[in-house]
Design a binder for this molecule. Structure first.
Ligand code: SF4
Length: 320
């Protein structure tokens, strides 16, 4: 149906695509996984220049991640931010001891893998003929088909309709490049665009630019409540939004010697937080808490999350 446009796109890609990017060439699915996880929240150049190769050198296989302590993964991820990705990667590696699955449905069931990442791994790692849809491709398709006010489902449908099944890998990479280099949010370069002859929205591209819906990031956090001699270990935050507020001791992950007291869902700016609570007997080595008498806790400025955790603790702990 869109054969001429697909061919034009491929020809443009052969001549103008960003072929220097390492994930443009046949790679092991594991390497695609790492690139996609890193690119979820971090710009291409930053990933490429500082993180991609050192991480692969430190952890060359999924098994090497599964064998490592979570703290080692977090250390290698340091500087990339959004550490939930590193934790998800660790959890994923432990789940996939036999290697990554190749089907989209199985990939989507793995920690930290959403609709886009699952299809990117299936297409770029396993050469499956599936469409992908990220922010750039949504913009291209909205303009190309002159779509107004359509939702995610319709955009996925259009991505599948436009997919070139005979060259899915190059087709998808080409769309990513058109989005990054030509079909830009504010000043699209329609005159240079290989899709221009068939683009229904090119006369007024900004009209067909999807409005940005807020994207939330899922965060999984772990906190410990440690009480000794009637005092509770508390930490005062120095982070900008929480500055000065008190909270419980953050943990790197679930402690081995304590079962979860409960789980709290909490929204915080662009984060959707799932916080797991533990009663702990000893503190992590690097924590330097203040010991607050239990009776003074209600006078302490607690973050909302800490309030929720404390309520959960009172309901379920030995203090009940
Ligand atoms: S012709 Fe213009 S609006 Fe249409 S896809 Fe190309 S750059 Fe985007």
């Amino acid at each position: 149906m869109h054969q001429d446009a697909q061919t034009s796109l491929l020809l443009w890609y052969q001549a103008n695509g960003r072929h220097h990017l390492p994930w443009r060439h046949p790679l092991h699915p594991y390497e695609i996984l790492i690139s996609e996880m890193m690119l979820q929240q971090t710009q291409v150049n930053t990933v490429l220049e500082r993180f991609y190769y050192p991480f692969l050198e430190r952890f060359p296989t999924l098994e090497s991640i599964a064998r490592a302590e979570e703290s080692e993964i977090l250390l290698a991820w340091r500087g990339l931010g959004y550490y939930s990705r590193a934790r998800n990667l660790h959890a994923l590696a432990k789940t996939c001891q036999q290697g990554l699955p190749r089907s989209v449905s199985e990939l989507e069931g793995l920690p930290g893998i959403g609709a886009y990442t699952a299809r990117a791994i299936a297409c770029f790692g396993f050469r499956e003929s599936v469409a992908i849809l990220d922010g750039n491709i949504k913009r291209i398709l909205s303009r190309f088909f002159a779509l107004l006010g359509v939702g995610e489902r319709e955009l996925w449908r259009r991505a599948e309709e436009f997919l070139n099944p005979l060259a899915a890998f190059d087709h998808n990479q080409a769309l990513l490049d058109v989005g990054a280099l030509l079909c830009k949010p504010k000043n699209p370069l329609c005159q240079e665009c290989p899709l221009s002859p068939w683009c229904k929205g090119k006369e007024d591209p900004l009209r067909y630019t999807p409005s940005k819906t807020r994207r939330y990031e899922e965060l999984e956090l772990f906190y410990g409540i440690c009480i000794q001699e009637g005092r509770v270990a508390m930490v005062q935050s120095q982070e900008r939004l929480y500055k000065g507020l008190w909270g419980f001791v953050p943990l790197l992950g679930a402690p081995l010697d304590s079962s979860s007291l409960g789980m709290i869902k909490h929204g915080y700016t662009k984060y959707k937080i799932t916080a797991h609570l533990y009663e702990i007997r000893s503190l992590p080595g690097d924590s330097k808490p203040s010991w607050i008498p239990l009776g003074e806790l209600e006078h302490l400025p607690l973050s909302i999350l800490a309030h929720k955790l404390w309520s959960c603790f009172l309901e379920r702990s030995s203090l009940k």
